[in-house]
Design a protein around this ligand. Structure first.
Ligand code: HEC
Length: 151
């Protein structure tokens, strides 16, 4: 008896809720069609600017160079002298893109012609320490493919 009646009560409450929710959403739709932005405004906004598949120079690429390459390509030694083997500094965007005395090491948009990528793929660089892991090489390759932006 008690169970039965409380069951009914909750059913009643539920249907009341559903009705209220329906009315509320109808009210929202109604309000939108009068005052809200139309569907074309939504389309114009487009996808978010930082899509998750875009590699960031500052967040993804520079930390790799800092960790694995800096001690020979741009960091200061104990005397405050900046070490730049073959004058290649890998700690600033402009210097990375400028390359070494032998020329550029990154060709924006063209991973196949980016010497730096060759050297980490074949394991020549880093000259000391662990090789660059596959997933970090993939990040660098994607970043070059995307035009090697300073993002
Ligand atoms: C222990 C020191 C050391 C580390 C660490 C190191 N390099 Fe080098 N790198 C050198 C030396 C020395 C040369 C010049 C000799 C040569 O070309 O083999 C060089 C040359 C290069 C060149 C060729 C530049 C040119 O124009 O000829 C590239 C590109 C390069 N390094 C990239 C990297 C990258 C990327 C890393 C990090 C993943 C790295 N290096 C880490 C010492 C190092």
């Amino acid at each position: 008896m008690r169970i039965e009646s409380s069951h009914r009560t909750s059913r009643f409450a539920l249907s009341t809720l559903v009705t209220a929710a329906l009315l509320a959403s109808l009210a929202v739709i109604g309000a939108q069609s009068v005052t809200g932005p139309g569907p074309e405004a939504k389309t114009a906004a487009g996808p978010p600017s930082s899509a998750p598949d875009t590699v960031s120079f500052a967040e993804d690429i520079l930390p790799i160079f800092q960790q694995r390459c800096a001690k020979c390509h741009g960091a200061a030694d104990e005397n405050g002298d900046v070490r730049t083997e073959v004058s290649l500094n890998l700690l600033e965007y402009e210097k990375i893109m400028a390359g070494s005395e032998f020329g550029t090491v990154i060709e924006a948009g063209d991973p196949a012609n980016s010497f730096l990528l060759d050297m980490i793929v074949d394991g020549t660089m880093p000259e000391e320490g662990d090789p660059v892991p596959e997933e970090e090489i993939a990040l660098i390759r994607t970043w070059i493919e995307e035009g090697a932006p300073n993002n």
